[in-house]
Design a protein around this ligand. Structure first.
Ligand SMILES: N[C@@H](CCC(=O)N[C@@H](CS)C(=O)NCC(=O)O)C(=O)O
Length: 206
């Protein structure tokens, strides 16, 4: 059985929604980040980076990185139809979107939520946060334009794990409070993904 180490509202949401979509048995193990459980030896033994999420596989090995976990699970369970196969023409765009989101939007969100970690001077945090807000809006704007032309999903009519990843990021709205009004095509994708029973189950646990 899979075990997903999660924290409510954290980057474990996308892997959890993917697990729900592929409908395999899995266990949720909550990590109390507010009390620093993710920095304790027991969790660091699973993920030395001390970040949420981590996933223990049925064979006992553990992996981390939310985008990697989503890609792995979608490939390991192709019957769920969450990922174009490596030979599929949609595969490059699928990988491009997940990697783009995890390499641009997600780090900008981290700079917003943990701005004090990105400066050695306490007064520097506000500027880092402000820059992150601007960058996050720029990235959402590009995603919105893509969806306007090619939506409703990142791969057009085809739903994939990339949309689940995009959905997770769209729920972090403190860093983009006007997302729903400014980026209506992102909102449309989020509404479609958020209405899926598997995603609803994930949201309930968060
Ligand atoms: N690169 C990691 C980043 C994960 C990450 O930063 N997770 C946050 C929660 S959303 C976390 O663990 N925060 C606790 C901390 O950094 O102290 C991934 O994509 O899985």
């Amino acid at each position: 059985m899979y075990t997903l180490y999660y924290s409510p509202g954290a980057a474990s949401m996308a892997p959890q929604a993917v697990l729900e979509e592929i409908a395999v048995p899995f266990k949720l193990q909550k990590i109390d980040t507010a009390n620093g459980e993710h920095q304790q030896p027991a969790y660091l033994a699973l993920n030395p980076a001390g970040k949420i999420p981590a996933l223990t596989l049925p064979d006992g090995t553990t992996m981390a990185e939310c985008a990697g976990i989503c890609i792995f699970l979608a490939d390991r369970h192709p019957e769920a139809g969450l990922a174009p196969a490596p030979t599929d023409r949609a595969r490059p765009a699928y990988l491009q979107w997940i990697m783009h989101l995890t390499n641009t939007l997600q780090p900008a969100d981290l700079r917003f939520y943990y701005s004090e970690r990105y400066t050695a001077e306490t007064e520097g945090a506000a500027g880092i946060k402000a820059r992150a807000v601007a960058e996050i809006a720029e990235i959402w704007s590009r995603v919105d334009k893509h969806l306007e032309k090619n939506g409703p999903y990142l791969l057009g009519e085809r739903f994939s794990a990339a949309d689940i990843f995009c959905f997770m990021l769209s729920t972090w709205q403190d860093s983009c409070p006007d997302l729903n009004t400014r980026f209506p095509h992102v909102k449309k994708l989020a509404d479609l993904v958020g209405a899926r029973p598997a995603v609803q189950r994930m949201l309930k646990a968060n």
